[in-house]
Design a protein around this ligand. Structure first.
Ligand SMILES: *Cc1c(COP(=O)(O)O)cnc(C)c1O
Length: 226
């Protein structure tokens, strides 16, 4: 067996393992496995690591930098046109046009200036990627995400701008039990009538699924350490 086959089988096995763990978590919470979508976060990894996952059937991918994604994905997309690309990292307003052009979903809408830049970018490009409002759920100083007490006003503004906001996203504090933060994000989404929840990473995706995640963002557990 040559290296390509080994890489392919290895990717298929890692993918099957994650899907299996996702399904078990869903069953625990009396949810259906297909209610949670798996986003493979491929940041820092090159095409040689990504292609085996594509060949194994994975189609949703996440990146955290616009420029890195611009360098990697156009070529991969020629081979796999049905790829769905998610931006999971912080976005600068001056990159809004690039982001809207390249990505199908944006998980990091977290401030008024960015909401306005995205609205202008969508108007200009005619593209309308679904957006998640990222919440600074642990109220941490240097973390991305809108402050809890500023969330209602930001959501109101996104509605006034007619942005396609579909849900909330969070990254809980690294050193804390994540469940209370996931539960809080779910409660906020319900309160604001938002159907989708982007929460859960390699270390905590099963907990996130039991608490209602509709998207989990998994890097390390699929690609190995960065
Ligand atoms: C890197 C990243 C992930 C994936 O993290 P892993 O722990 O490697 O699974 C998920 N979400 C965001 C916002 C990230 O930046």
């Amino acid at each position: 067996m040559d290296t390509t086959d080994t890489l392919l089988q290895d990717a298929a096995r890692r993918l099957a393992d994650i899907r299996d763990r996702m399904a078990k978590a869903a069953r625990l919470a009396d949810r259906k496995p297909e209610e949670t979508r798996l986003i493979a976060v491929s940041k820092t990894f090159g095409p040689e690591a990504i292609e085996p996952l594509l060949a194994a059937g994975q189609r949703l991918f996440g990146e955290n930098r616009v420029q890195e994604a611009q360098a990697k994905w156009p070529a991969l997309r020629e081979k796999y046109p049905d790829v769905e690309l998610h931006l999971v990292g912080q976005l600068q307003s001056n990159k809004a046009v690039d982001a809207v052009t390249l990505f199908d979903v944006i998980h990091s809408l977290d401030r008024s200036s960015l909401a306005q830049a995205l609205a202008r970018a969508m108007e200009k490009t005619g593209r309308r990627p679904a957006c998640y409002v990222q919440v600074n759920i642990g109220q941490e100083d240097q973390k991305g995400g809108v402050a809890l007490d500023a969330l209602p006003a930001l959501l109101e503004e996104t509605r006034a701008l007619n942005l396609p906001v579909v849900g909330l996203m969070c990254v809980p504090p690294v050193d804390k039990e994540p469940a209370p933060y996931f539960a809080l994000l779910a409660k906020l989404a319900r309160r604001h009538g938002l159907p989708r929840l982007s929460m859960g990473m390699s270390g905590d995706f099963e907990t996130a699924i039991t608490l209602g995640a509709t998207e989990v963002r998994i890097g390390t557990a699929l690609f190995g350490a960065r």
